[in-house]
Design a protein around this ligand. Structure first.
Ligand code: MOS
Length: 755
């Protein structure tokens, strides 16, 4: 007999759940603020040695000599690992076993492919000795000229961009539409390289126990990393335990394994002792990926009423000399605004930097500031208010695919955000507002968008005889609050109080939770947890409804509901019993079941799935000094079901802050002669600090999405960046009348020259 359960795909029973939707505080918050949370570098196994990287100061050429003897003569130095003595790898670091296995440096030869590339590793009894040893290596190079920047080499059309999007994609005839448009604009926008700059640097503590390997290292993808290391060292994945309970920020930089982590493992093998490698801040600007600079050309056409007829979004990006990764900066243009003709095209040049990779809202963040600026310019050309223009060009279906949206409450975001901000008081023309101190005041807005993705993940649910439960999944918390949000879903999935469910996560021996990236983690793992919970309760219900001694006997047709650790007959809530009683009578200590979260292929075929938002910004600009201050921001977002409003708000605000960063602060400055990053530190690579962030509000509007996944979760990790950067840039124009198209906006762009 199969009991008919009101559980699996129908979220109705969750209305009874008391955890999802609650603004509870971070469950790991106290651990973090008291210093009790252990990060990778906090691991200190017995016999630990310390490793320090020596990195290249040239960007292209080869290492001619290293004074290994001098380093080894240092009394604290145990060993120096170079290409001459590093243990062999079973897999070539320059191989490409799968599209997400990026090539890396592990001292495989003497070639230098970018500045800050590891060229040796010094292993010592103390960190100080390792640091001094590394300085004694005094490398000499045969240097070749570095190729840096968007014009460093001959451009070519990349094979694919981002996560496999075509490098040229068109619907309609953009050129014909532009030729017949009443209004056209063409503008070129540039964004610089961005680095992740997580607070916690990459670190690894590696210990070999025979042919078993134990690693403490921060990662956004435990099982993927485990598989790559297994292949590289020729050992079975189950021989590798990776512990990554806490990450001090990821931002995409910890999504994939990087070379220095492999070097840490190799070093432990070489010396036969555990080794700790904590990468120095300035050395993070190289082997761990970064965001490509972009040069984006936007051509827009509209009719006399301000209806868009054409959008051509072209992006020039860079990749490294040895790997292919292309920032998909134009891709969002197929989603956001209705236009009968849309084209996106790309070209790329190879440069002598580390390979660009996923960084906070890959593709969409830099693409958004360009598109939102261009749309603002077009609204101005049409004499329309920027919000009115966007509403006029609202995409009812996804323009690029013609698919309906699984849900899209963007109109509500526009309406509620504008009202909250007071947008409709805005004068159409720029340079019309001043505050009491004489600062120029400007208001700008941008539309936010981010795909609602899911990867594949698993979870194992357990119900125990004492009435408590457990949920196990190798999920990752890089600070976004996964420990809390996923534990809330787990509690509702098991129909228990959150404190009755042991939520176990963060190690590679747990079920594979996939990668925490693409703003997809809550959707992916949350679905797995939801399904695992439903499966274990179905098993429990089966036990009860098939047992004559149970008050639920024969309830199969009526259906069974789980609530507060009990199962009830749906048609008679007085007839039910506690989980523990069911297990006790069956003589079981516990019962378990697994669940999977994966995208619904059929639904994805039918619907376009995206989160949306509207961001409004006010800036104040000193008319004499050109200094820009953001004074106020409001973001309204539609992201499906909200698991924890408190943490969602925090994610959205964090994203909006990164948007301010993109518009006004962030820029990695590369010395074009040497290929070195000149501001490879948190002092000179500017990111917003508290003084830069004003009264900022983020809220969500109601949105029910029946198609994305059973819980209707769309993801909030990255969308806050999109829209926000453009809103700030557009506010700068509105304050000053100066359209800055090279980001970040600089004082020198805004000061009026006396001459
Ligand atoms: Mo994020 S850049 O998808 O980790």
């Amino acid at each position: 007999m199969t009991p008919e359960l009101n559980l699996s795909r129908d979220p109705a029973h969750l209305r009874h759940g008391s955890n999802i939707g609650q603004p509870i505080s971070r469950r790991d918050g106290v651990l973090k603020v008291t210093g009790a949370a252990r990060y990778a570098a906090d691991s200190n196994p017995r016999g630990l040695l310390y490793a320090v990287l020596a990195v290249s100061s040239i960007a292209r050429g080869c290492v001619a000599s290293l004074d290994v003897e001098a380093a080894k003569a240092h009394p604290g130095v145990v060993e120096v690992m170079t290409q001459a003595n590093r243990p062999p790898l079973a897999d070539d670091p320059d191989g490409k076993p799968n599209p997400f296995a990026f090539r890396f440096e592990a001292l495989q030869n003497d070639r230098v492919r970018y500045a800050n590339q590891p060229i040796a590793l010094v292993i010592a009894e103390t960190l100080e000795a390792a640091t001094e040893g590394a300085a004694l290596l005094a490398p000499r190079y045969e240097a070749e000229p570095a190729r840096i920047g968007l014009d460093a080499d001959k451009p070519y059309v990349p094979p694919v961009v981002g996560m496999g999007f075509p490098a040229e994609s068109r619907h309609g005839d953009v050129d014909a539409a532009l030729a017949s448009a009443d209004k056209t604009i063409e503008a070129v926008y540039e964004t610089p390289p961005h680095y992740h700059n997580a607070m916690e640097p990459h670190a690894i503590v590696a210990e070999w126990q025979g042919d078993k390997l134990v690693i403490d290292t921060p990662t956004q993808g435990l099982v993927m990393m485990q598989a790559r290391i297994a292949a590289l060292f020729g050992i079975p994945p189950e021989n590798i335990l990776i512990r990554s309970p806490f990450l001090g920020g990821g931002f995409g930089g910890k999504g994939l394994m990087a070379g220095p982590q492999v070097l840490g493992i190799l070093a432990a093998k070489l010396v036969g002792r555990p080794v700790k490698l904590v990468v120095r801040r300035e050395q993070l600007y190289g082997p761990f990926g970064h965001r490509s600079p972009t040069r984006q050309t936007l051509r827009l056409g509209a009719n006399a009423e301000g209806q868009l007829s054409a959008i051509h979004h072209h992006a020039r990006v860079v990749t490294s000399s040895f790997e292919d990764f292309y920032e998909s900066a134009a891709h969002l243009t197929h989603t956001l605004y209705a236009s009968p003709a849309i084209a996106t095209t790309y070209d790329a040049v190879r440069v002598d930097t580390g390979t660009p990779l996923f960084v906070r809202a890959p593709g969409i963040a830099p693409g958004s500031i360009a598109l939102e600026s261009a749309v603002d310019e077009m609204a101005e050309a049409c004499g329309l208010d920027p919000l009115a223009f966007r509403v006029k060009n609202y995409a009812e279906i996804e323009p690029g695919t013609g698919k309906p949206f699984s849900s899209k409450a963007l109109r509500e975001c526009y309406t509620q955000g504008a009202q909250r901000f007071g947008w409709w008081e805005r004068p159409l023309k720029p340079r019309m507002m001043r505050d009491k101190d004489g600062f120029l005041v400007g208001w700008g807005m941008g539309t936010a968008t981010f795909h609602a993705l899911m990867f594949a993940g698993q979870a194992r649910a357990v119900i125990r005889r004492d009435g408590t439960g457990a949920m196990e999944t190798g999920s990752h918390d890089m600070g976004q609050g996964a420990w809390t949000a996923l534990a809330q879903i787990a509690a509702d999935a098991l129909a228990l109080d959150i404190d009755q469910v042991a939520y176990k996560a963060g190690t590679s021996d747990l079920p594979d939770a996939g990668i925490a990236g693409g703003s997809a983690h809550t959707a992916t793992v949350g679905t797995a947890i939801h399904n695992a919970g439903a499966a274990v309760i179905a098993k429990l219900a089966e036990l009860a409804t098939s047992d004559q001694r149970s008050p639920l006997f024969g309830a199969g047709n009526a259906g069974v509901i789980a609530r507060n650790g009990r199962l009830f007959r749906r048609d008679d809530e007085s007839r039910g019993e506690a989980y523990g009683d069911i297990l006790a009578r069956a003589g079981l200590a516990e019962i378990d079941a697994s669940g999977t979260g994966a995208p619904d292929a059929a639904a994805n075929e039918q619907y376009a799935m995206h989160s949306h938002g509207a961001v409004f910004a006010e800036v104040k600009v000193d008319p004499d000094l050109g200094q820009v201050r953001v004074s106020r921001m409001v973001g309204a977002f539609a992201a499906g079901r909200i698991i924890n409003p408190k943490m969602v708000q925090s994610q959205l605000l964090g994203g909006m802050i990164w948007g301010v960063s993109l518009a006004l602060h962030e820029e990695a400055i590369t010395d074009h002669r040497t290929g070195r990053i000149m501001n490879a530190n948190l002092g000179e690579y500017h990111v917003p600090v508290n003084a830069d962030i004003p009264a900022m509000e983020a809220f969500t509007v109601e949105e029910h999405d029946p198609y994305v996944n059973p819980l209707g979760i769309k993801g909030v990790g990255e969308i806050g960046i999109t829209g926000s950067a453009g809103a700030v840039a557009n506010a700068v124009w509105h304050a000053t009348g100066v359209r800055v198209r090279r980001f970040p906006v600089r004082i020198s762009d805004l000061v009026r020259r006396a001459d």
